[in-house]
Design a protein around this ligand. Sequence first.
Ligand code: SF4
Length: 163
Amino acid sequence: MKLWKRLMCICRRRSPWLFHLNAGSCNGCDIELVAALSPRYDVEQLGARLEGSPRHADILCITGPVTKNSVHAIETVYGQVFAPKAVVAIGSCPATTNVFIDSRTLDGPLARHIPVDVYVPGCPPRPDAIIQGVVHAAVILAERGKDLPPMPQSESAPQEVQP
Ligand code: SF4
């Protein structure tokens, strides 16, 4: 593996950036995710941080049982995260739709719409379990980065901006 690719794999494993999407959760899992980011559990010591835009993120963290209204947002946001990317389903809701399974407002589980790499079970899962899930996703991310083709070279020279 080339030195640059190896460096990128190390960076992805040691510093994954997260984007959080609520797909109709009761906010229990969201509170635990926020706790994982707080100084008490301190996921930032692993280099992970929450990003405001999916275009800047490597890992998509999804909570909630996937309501019909959230499906379009999930697919759009998944498409906006650049490859290589990984998806973490936080809580029992995205994995199974949990106790809401018979609800007519749901279109879950999450795996029906996008590929899921890591499931963090629990209702809600503890912050430690969420951190463990993020670490697993970061390892998957680094592995995926090895298979990426090199960046395409621009055919035209950079344009000079006229004053
Ligand atoms: S898994 Fe439990 S805590 Fe999390 S969103 Fe579903 S019902 Fe709420």
